[in-house]
Each structure stands twice: as C-alpha cells, then as structure tokens.
Design a protein around this ligand. Structure first.
Ligand code: SIN
Ligand code: CO
Length: 369
C-alpha cells in the first residue's frame, strides 16, 4: 500500500524530499478508492450537533459560510456549494483506518480526516493553510490549482480566508484515488468538476503561542507554590508609593520555585497531544462483559482501540485520551504496538495487561473485537 500511496517513493525519501518542503502529486495513490462514507452518511454527520462542519456557498465574488449543525434544506441548491465535515475518523472506523495509513508521519502530528462534498463548481476558494495536508480524491473529479506565492493578502471582509491575488503555477484534475500533498502555506484552490468528494488528511502544527498557553495551564495545575509573603524586617520607606527592592527580591525568590524539566514537558505533551477534541465522548459498553468473559474475547479476537482513542508514548510513559497511564506498566512493547497499529492480535495476554485493557474497555476506549 505504501508504495502506491507515495507514488513509489519510500516514506524515508518522501520525508527527505517533500515533507514540509514541496508538493507531491500522486496519481492512483489509492487505486480503486471510492471513499469511506457515502454522500448521505456525510450529510447526516453534517447535520449532527456533535460534529464540526462548514457549508460554503458562493458566486465568483460573494462567499457565504454556515457552521454546523447543518439544516438538511441547505444541502441542496443550484448555486455552487460545498460542505466540509471535520473529524470523520472519529465516527467512521474506515476513516480511522484511512488516517492511520499515513502513520509514516508520527501520530503526534496527526490532526484529523476532513471530508468534503461539493456540487459542480463548488469549493472553498483560493487560500492557504497553516498545516500540511494530503488531499485524496474520493468519488468524482476536482481541479486543483496551486502556487508557491508569497503574497498572502486576503480579501477583506470575506467570511473565510480567500487570497486576493491567486497566481497558480500548476493545474491538475484529480480523479478518484489520486492524491496531492501540500506543505503549509502553499496557495491552493480546488474546484469540483461535477459532483465530488475529497478526503483531507490534515496535520497539526501548533504555534508557539498555543503551546505556551497550554503549557502554562498545565503548570498551573501541576505546581503549587509554598509560603506566604512576609516582612518582619520591614524598613521605613521614604515614599510609601514605592515598591521596594526587598519586596521585588522576595517575590523573585518565591517565583523561582516555578521550574520545569524535560520530564514535565514530556508529561505535558503526552496529555496535550492525546487529548480528545471538544464534542468527543466515549461510550462505555451498556452491558459490560465480566473480566473473565472479556479475557476470553481478548484471547479470541484481540483488542482494538476505539476510533476516538489516541494512545501515544514517550520515554516509557503512556498517554491515553488526555491522561497519563498511571502505575507500573505491564507489557510496554504490547502497549507500544497497540498505539502504532491501533490493535493487538488475538493471543493469551499477560494478566496485568488484561486488567489494564479491561479498564479501558469499561471506559469505552476500546473493544475486544
Ligand atoms: C476541500 O475542499 O475538500 C479541501 C479544502 C481545502 O483546500 O483545504
Ligand atoms: Co486548504
């Protein structure tokens, strides 16, 4: 599969020559690809209040955006329009599998699978994104024009980011199974040629500001400063409005207790990157198996992470759905395998691992299936 996915390039060569550097067009990256959702399934996701979606209708100059949940009546009409649904991997197991075909990029960089449907002429207009994306064509055709322009000025007052001077240098029509990789900031415009569906495998590229804010929030929950400001040696000040040097020195000393090390950064990153998105809820089994029956199923079927689960690890610490997995961890190599392949094979697993997986099963994080 990898061979066709990257047009015969090895993942190492792709990383070396293309990743975050230049676009790559791959004809028949996924031969025979017809998508993982039907138009009707996509529309029903777009109308679901727990799913993030955008509906965009446009003429050549006017753009109109409606955020979800969509009304079914909006998903028709003659004027060019498109509907884009985020996080399809969270609701459709085949979407999760498609996303994880891109595991030659670390999952810590992965964002989600967005699927769009457009009528003839529909699209989101010429724009650039701040993240890497693989645009895999599902049913129908889409014309992509792209360019490396540095002029990123946007149409003022438009309800979405439209480049005011789009100067494409390439022009391709993608057919089902064709794929285009774009690094961040490449200008692009995809217009449906007849009805079409496009699958965007998107990556996360957190800004320094975002990481800083999140890390500060983490520190706030982790660090507890001791002591109380005291000044039994307070000297008489000539001017009571002055913040005296001894006060500044003492506060500096108190705040110097705010420290972090690499271990805390690892813990923060593991929790932050595995955190479920807003609107994600896990569904514990309604009539759970007993521990004994669970163990039997596990031996027979193996274990599969729920599409909404994210399992990451670093430096021997494991993180699942925004939390660190506590305790002395059994079978680290199996857990690492579960994170990578998202499933464990059917076999006789160690009792401590069965206990851990049983707890995850009860929380709705995975299934013996
Ligand atoms: C799409 O219309 O499916 C892709 C949108 C994009 O260019 O980001
Ligand atoms: Co884009």
């Amino acid at each position: 599969m990898l061979n066709t996915l990257l047009g015969g390039l090895s993942p190492a060569r792709f990383l070396d020559e293309y990743w975050q550097k230049k676009p790559l067009l791959v004809r028949q990256a996924v031969p025979g690809f017809t998508g993982v959702v039907s138009k009707e399934e996509l529309f029903s996701l777009a109308c679901d209040p727990d799913v993030e979606s955008r509906h965009i209708r446009h003429s050549t100059t006017e753009w109109e955006v409606h955020h979800g949940p969509q009304r079914p009546s909006r998903l028709k009409g003659k004027q060019p329009w498109t509907v884009l649904v985020q996080g399809v991997n969270l609701f459709v197991p085949e979407g999760d599998e498609l996303l994880h075909r891109f595991d030659f990029i670390p999952q810590a960089r992965l964002d989600d699978l967005m699927v769009s449907y457009a009528v003839d002429g529909g699209g989101v207009g010429p724009h650039f994104d701040n993240y890497d994306v693989f645009l895999l064509q599902g049913r129908g055709k889409r014309r992509w024009r792209i360019g490396s322009q540095t002029d990123r000025s946007l149409v003022e007052g438009a309800p979405l980011r439209i480049l005011s001077n789009f100067t494409p240098s390439e022009d391709w029509v993608l057919e089902p199974g064709d794929m285009l990789y774009l690094p961040p900031h490449w200008a692009h415009d995809g217009v449906a040629v007849g009805e079409c569906m496009t699958y965007s495998i998107g990556f996360r590229t957190p800004t320094g500001a975002e990481l800083g804010n999140q890390f500060l929030a983490y520190l706030q929950d982790t660090i507890c400063l001791e002591g109380v400001y005291r000044d039994p040696d307070l000297a008489l000040q000539a001017n009571s409005a002055e913040i005296g040097a001894p006060m500044i020195d003492q506060v500096a000393q108190m705040l110097a207790a705010i420290r972090w090390d690499r271990e805390m950064i690892t813990d923060f990153l593991g929790r932050y990157l595995s955190e479920p998105k807003a609107h994600v809820f896990y569904e514990p089994p309604e009539t759970p198996l007993t521990r004994q029956r669970f163990a039997g199923q596990l031996k027979k079927n193996g274990f599969r992470l729920d599409p909404r689960s994210v399992l990451l690890f670093a430096d021997g610490r494991f993180f699942l759905n925004g939390e660190a997995v506590e305790g002395s961890l059994p079978c680290q190599s199996q857990l690492a395998e579960l994170g990578h392949h998202r499933r464990l094979p059917a076999t006789d697993h160690d009792a401590a691992l069965v206990d851990l997986l049983y707890g995850w099963y009860l929380d709705g994080y995975g299934n013996p299936a």
